[in-house]
Design a protein around this ligand. Structure first.
Ligand code: XIL
Length: 302
């Protein structure tokens, strides 16, 4: 293939990017988007604060614009995200207990129902585990509703959309020897053993000097798929420039290609200037939309 999407398609995979609705009027941006990418994740537009800004009043305009873009270019959608401690609307931030549990489940049900038939995979729950050596859940208002909040969210998502793949998504779960990785692994193992509907695990993969691509990254991906789930690289960006950065992107691409159930890679933005951490120049296109060495490394690996 001569583009990321077509080359990935040749291996049975997709290649995606995060997209912001506010940039869909930028023709350089949409030109690269429609040429290169076969999967789209809304960068912010399907988060809870965007889709339910007031309780039980849903707002889908920006997210629907991104879905329309995907349809027009023949790309699929990853939905991101139904339940998360961050980017909650004010009304939800101040809720707790059984009222919050009901509100969270209503949110999952309503949003997954609105997008039923239009989403390849949902990040049902995002970032629910703590960093560091504890292997514990992250403390949050959602976690304080009871340890079963994650499986309740997955069951509600499945009831609303029987066909979307349902993913758990997190960061710093790339190194097999980290407590956080092990804790997520045990949760997925437990869910599979008890029939909780989970189909996939997303590895955000925001790499930098403090969290480099671990040498056992492929092993981690493989070990998760051995539990009977797909894995996806969901928010890839890698700090750096030139051939050193290109080498890291090649390593990540090859890790996914080596794992049969690694179904696709999504980068977290198109141009470096589109990145949530733009100073790290962590993406595949420069600020002018030109292909970087990292782009060529990924395309050649696919
Ligand atoms: C980031 C967006 O890129 C920013 O625009 C926003 O201000 C904050 O969120 N993990 C996730 C993503 O799951 O949703 C985050 O996206 C980056 C970290």
């Amino acid at each position: 293939g001569t583009t990321l999407g077509s080359a990935a398609s040749g291996t049975g995979r997709y290649f995606g990017t995060a997209v912001s609705a506010s940039k869909l009027s930028d023709s350089v941006y949409t030109g690269i988007l429609s040429r290169e990418f076969s999967m789209i994740t809304p960068e912010n537009e399907m988060k809870i604060d965007a889709t339910e800004p007031s309780q039980n009043q849903f707002s889908y305009g920006n997210a629907d614009r991104i879905v329309a873009q995907a349809t027009s270019q023949g790309a699929r959608m990853r939905g991101h995200t139904l339940a998360w401690h961050s980017q909650q609307p004010g009304w939800m931030q101040s809720m707790e207990g059984s009222a919050l549990r009901s509100a969270m489940l209503n949110h999952v049900t309503q949003v997954a129902t609105h997008y039923r038939g239009k989403i390849y995979a949902w990040d049902v729950v995002n970032e629910a585990f703590a960093d560091g050596s504890s292997g514990a859940r992250r403390d949050s208002n959602l976690q304080r509703t009871g340890n079963d909040w994650i499986e309740a969210a997955f069951r509600a998502a499945r009831a609303a959309d029987a066909n979307a793949k349902l993913c758990y998504n997190d960061y710093n779960t790339d190194d097999w020897n980290q407590a956080k990785t092990q804790a997520v692994y045990r949760m997925v193992q437990d869910f599979k053993s008890r029939g909780v509907p989970i189909d996939c695990v997303g590895f955000q993969s925001h790499f930098n000097s403090n969290s480099p691509v671990p040498s056992n990254y492929r092993t981690t991906l493989q070990n998760f798929t051995d539990l009977g789930v797909d894995v996806q690289i969901t928010e890839l960006d890698i700090e750096g420039s030139g051939s050193a950065q290109a080498d890291k992107f090649r390593t990540v691409t090859n890790a996914c290609l080596a794992v049969a159930r690694c179904t696709g890679i999504t980068v977290w933005g198109i141009r470096d200037t589109d990145s949530w951490r733009a100073s790290a120049t962590p993406l595949l296109f420069d600020g002018n939309g030109q292909k970087k060495a990292a782009y060529t490394a990924v395309l050649d690996a696919l």
